[in-house]
Design a protein around this ligand. Structure first.
Ligand SMILES: [Fe+2]
Ligand SMILES: [Fe+2]
Length: 234
């Protein structure tokens, strides 16, 4: 082949490849954004804020990095973790939005959100949606077997579920809820440490502590935003 034609051919192949990559990234972006928006619906119904979902993704990502997971695992957990409570979409409003204490029967209904969320993704072949299924099903399991829905113990609990369980509890501790004030950062960290081997897998706690600088930055960023909003509203 003559040299100039070869270069032209090479350029066309490169351009085609670039376009393909661009379309792939666009599809991936809309796919992950769609999932995030769906998760927001569930979270909105529960009257917690969208920032909770962003932090769950960020905290879970940091723990995954602390565990030295592969980039594809980390990406999966980042995008699947915000869906942990999507099953709440199916919980009746009179229970989900009940202002004061639930009866034991209502608490049992509420607990079904884990299984209901997993059912939404059941049978999917997408690695991301399979991760979402594991996370929905296992984010309320506890390392010592006292969690729900299945009372799984130790390594019976899927890894993604164990990671999101810690991220979710840490964020709940450090957030204001209608019935409680937010814990200070160091108090919440102490509580997590204390639950190693009980609520949480000690390996996950170790990974969380290994990324504490980054965890604190994420926590601080929310504090700054909340303060900014509060001052603006005054
Ligand atoms: Fe949950
Ligand atoms: Fe949550």
């Amino acid at each position: 082949m003559e040299k100039s034609r070869y270069f032209e051919y090479e350029k066309r192949v490169k351009d085609a490849y670039k376009n393909l990559e661009k379309s792939y990234l666009e599809v991936k972006d809309s796919y992950t954004e769609m999932i995030f928006r769906l998760a927001l619906v569930a979270e909105h119904k529960d009257e917690t804020t969208g920032t909770h979902l962003v932090r769950i993704a960020d905290y879970s990502t940091e723990i995954s990095r602390g565990l030295d997971l592969s980039e594809s695992d980390i990406e999966r957990i980042k995008y699947a973790s915000p869906m942990h409570d999507i099953g709440k979409l199916i919980i009746p409003d009179e229970i989900l939005k009940k202002p004061s204490g639930l009866t034991p029967e209502e608490r049992e209904v509420m607990k079904q959100h884990a299984k209901l969320g997993a059912d939404i993704f059941q049978g999917s072949h997408s690695p991301l949606l399979k991760a979402a299924r594991d996370i929905c099903l296992a984010h309320h399991e506890r390392y010592d077997g006292t969690g729900y829905p299945e009372g799984l113990k130790g390594d019976e609990i899927p890894l993604y579920g164990k990671i999101v369980a810690l991220a979710d509890v840490f964020d709940a501790l450090t957030s204001v809820r209608p019935y409680k004030k937010a814990f200070e950062f160091s108090d919440a960290v102490d509580l997590i440490k204390d639950q190693a081997g009980k609520h949480f897998d000690p390996k996950i706690v170790k990974a969380f502590l290994g990324r504490l600088d980054r965890i604190k930055e994420i926590w601080q960023a929310t504090k700054d935003i909340e303060q900014f909003v509060a001052e603006k509203d005054m």
